[in-house]
Design a protein around this ligand. Structure first.
Ligand SMILES: Cc1cc2nc3c(=O)[nH]c(=O)nc-3n(C[C@H](O)[C@H](O)[C@H](O)COP(=O)(O)OP(=O)(O)OC[C@H]3O[C@@H](n4cnc5c(N)ncnc54)[C@H](O)[C@@H]3O)c2cc1C
Length: 428
């Protein structure tokens, strides 16, 4: 009988690195990716039929070319399924996979699994963030990468973090530079953190490339600037901005918001040390440390799995050192861009799934436990199971929403016909 494969979920840098490392060690791998193609958040390729690639820094292009060459060299041991979604683990511990190209939910006998499903974006809520015309900056970047075309009309990018200038530069290179980039943090308030960041050559030279592109396109990059509200205005939006004590308004067609990323953990099985099918997490889905670290972390997870499967001790100290450098970099970045949460206006939507607003949250007792916030406030109980509102509530109330055990999956549409044809391959 054939050897059961290791399931790798996610075809981004972490999943690709894990799959290549396991296959290079001689193990069969089942690599699944929900999109049409491998690449993940950073190397997302144009949708089929669209040839225009969006500009990415050379270092990232080289890293991805190396990973795809490794995947190709080990292709004999890697069975890749794109357009295939990991739905979750059912009551009988079966990993359910939905092959959307065939309309078929299937499951396989597995030896182990590495889950590398990346990160989700977070935002800080303000009145009007849920309006048409407002979207996350990462969502706009996906559109840009898949279609090759920037959004039309004036665009404002606001929030905090390194993704803001990256996406602004990509929009500028694609022909529609944003009217401004508004960074909420005030980096000059943290000179020590700034000085330590300057020692990280690769990300800082990448930042310099973005800064040069924005300067050439005359895009202002303003620090200490916060969006306070957005409201419909003709075919666009009127956006309120606070810079220090000054309130300004801008009229734009699109407002792109982003306040960092968090590991995507909603509905993901918890790694249990003694499980029959060991599950490890890798990449941004384990700890959001960025694209270079995701490659190291995929390798680290693969080596850890090999050790657990009794294939000699292959723990790689160099991976751990690289991950620690990335962790230090992220910590300094967080210090440099730190800003206190602002209390939103009462009518501000918090839970989009169930229409719960900030006033509903504010009526709960100051010392309400996370479970009370969930059950009495009805936050995080909708279709996305707190995937989006959870981090907002954590920032506003200082505690994360509890995750149910076992995790309750976010709702995903699966055709009834596909479920009815559920195929198993679990015979010994
Ligand atoms: C929206 C966004 C934009 C970003 N843009 C940049 C950027 O411009 N520059 C930069 O340096 N860094 C960027 N980052 C950060 C960078 O992409 C990550 O650090 C890096 O890609 C992490 O690699 P990963 O493999 O851990 O996750 P990802 O690259 O996110 O890969 C995860 C993969 O898992 C797949 N997946 C998720 N759930 C399932 C499922 N249930 N079933 C099957 N497949 C699934 C996803 O489709 C994705 O391909 C971005 C992050 C985000 C969230």
């Amino acid at each position: 009988m054939c050897e059961a494969p290791i399931l790798v979920v996610g075809g981004g840098p972490a999943g690709a690195s894990a799959a290549a490392s396991l296959a290079e060690a001689g193990l069969p791998v089942l690599l699944i990716e929900q999109r049409d193609q491998l690449g993940g958040a950073i190397h997302r390729l144009p949708a089929p039929g669209n040839a225009s690639h969006i500009w990415r820094p050379a270092r990232h292009r080289r890293n991805w070319a190396r990973l795809t060459a490794r995947l190709q060299a080990a292709a004999g041991r890697i069975e890749t399924h794109t357009q295939t979604v990991f739905l979750g683990v059912d009551g009988q511990d079966r990993f359910l996979l939905d092959d959307r190209s065939k309309g078929l939910v299937f499951t396989r006998r597995l030896r182990a699994a590495i889950i590398a499903v990346g990160a989700v974006e977070t935002i800080r809520p303000f009145s009007g963030w849920e309006l048409p015309g407002v979207m996350t900056a990462g969502g706009a970047q996906v559109l840009l990468k898949e279609t090759g075309r920037p959004l039309e009309g004036p665009i404002l990018i606001a929030g905090s973090g390194p993704l803001l200038p990256a996406i602004a530069a990509q929009l500028a290179k694609a022909g529609n530079p944003p009217v401004a980039v508004l960074e909420r943090g005030r980096p000059w308030n943290a000179p020590g953190a700034l000085a330590r960041l300057a020692l990280s050559w690769a990300p800082m030279s990448e930042a310099a490339t973005y800064a040069a592109t924005l300067a050439r396109s005359r895009v202002p990059y303003r620090c200490g600037a916060t969006v306070t509200q957005a409201e419909p205005d003709g075919d666009g939006l009127k956006v309120g901005i606070r810079i220090g004590e000054v309130q300004e308004f801008l009229h734009v067609r699109h407002l792109l918001i982003h306040d960092g990323i968090e590991p995507n953990r909603t509905g993901i099985p918890f790694p249990e040390p003694d499980a029959d099918v060991p599950v490890l997490l890798a990449g941004d889905g384990r700890e959001a440390l960025g694209a270079d670290a995701a490659i190291l972390d995929g390798h680290r997870a693969a080596m850890q799995l090999l050790t657990r499967l009794g294939r000699a001790n292959r723990a790689a100290a160099s991976d751990e050192r690289g991950l620690q450098r990335a962790r230090d970099f992220q910590a300094n970045l967080a210090r440099a861009l730190h800003s206190e949460p602002v209390v939103p206006a009462p009518e501000t939507v918090i839970c989009r799934c169930e229409g719960r607003i900030y006033a509903d949250l504010a009526t709960l007792a100051e010392d309400a436990s996370a479970r009370e916030i969930r059950l009495m406030g009805r936050f995080g109980l909708g279709a996305c199971q707190g995937r989006f509102c959870g981090p907002m509530i954590a920032a506003l109330r200082g505690q994360p929403l509890p995750v149910t055990t076992p995790p309750r999956w976010p709702l995903r549409p699966v055709s009834v016909a596909a479920l009815a044809r559920l195929t198993t391959d679990e015979t010994e």
